[in-house]
Write a protein of this length. Structure first.
Length: 74
């Protein structure tokens, strides 16, 4: 499996196209988005793509077929 670790800070504009491109790829992979405290709509975009934000986590994990939070404390 390939892991894609993506830092994000105020990436509301770029994130949708980036996530669409990543999720259109074939194969066994996971995507981990680590938000650096964005103040724009980055978290809204992540929610729209099925990522579930949690106040105790800054990293959100999604694989090709399942979505789940990464257990990374602040």
């Amino acid at each position: 499996m390939i892991s894609v670790i993506m830092p994000a800070f105020n990436e509301e504009g770029a994130l949708p196209n980036t996530l669409r491109a990543l999720f259109s790829q074939i194969g066994d992979y996971e995507v981990v988005v680590v938000d650096g405290g964005s103040t724009d709509g980055t978290m809204t975009v992540l929610k729209e793509f099925g990522f579930i934000p949690d106040a105790s986590h800054r990293a959100f994990h999604a694989s090709r077929f399942t979505l789940r939070r990464a257990a990374l404390p602040r």
